[in-house]
Design a protein around this ligand. Structure first.
Ligand code: ZN
Length: 87
């Protein structure tokens, strides 16, 4: 395990026996390789997921969103609930 990212008091450790891929800036959170599959860390649930568990996001360095599918679904459901106005 290796500390690969630290920001605002939150530290992210790589999974055991994984290879940390290089990034060009210290502000980018690196992906890791584990058994030939590339993983990305979800900032919300603090879990490593394969890249296929992230939606496309053009403005990020890896073209992927910071949160995984399940975290996005929960956040989106919360936003929908707020919009419902009782009659
Ligand atoms: Zn997540």
């Amino acid at each position: 395990m290796r500390l690969i990212f630290y920001h605002k008091g939150v530290s992210v450790w790589s999974p055991p026996n994984s290879v940390v891929l290089s990034v060009s800036s210290i502000r980018m959170k690196p992906h890791v390789l584990l058994d030939g599959i590339e993983y990305k860390h979800c900032s919300n649930c603090d879990t490593w997921h394969p890249l296929c568990n992230f939606h496309f996001f053009a403005n990020s360095y890896d073209k992927l969103q910071a949160f995984c599918f399940s975290c996005n679904a929960v956040i989106h459901a919360g936003r929908l609930k707020k919009k419902i106005v009782p009659i």
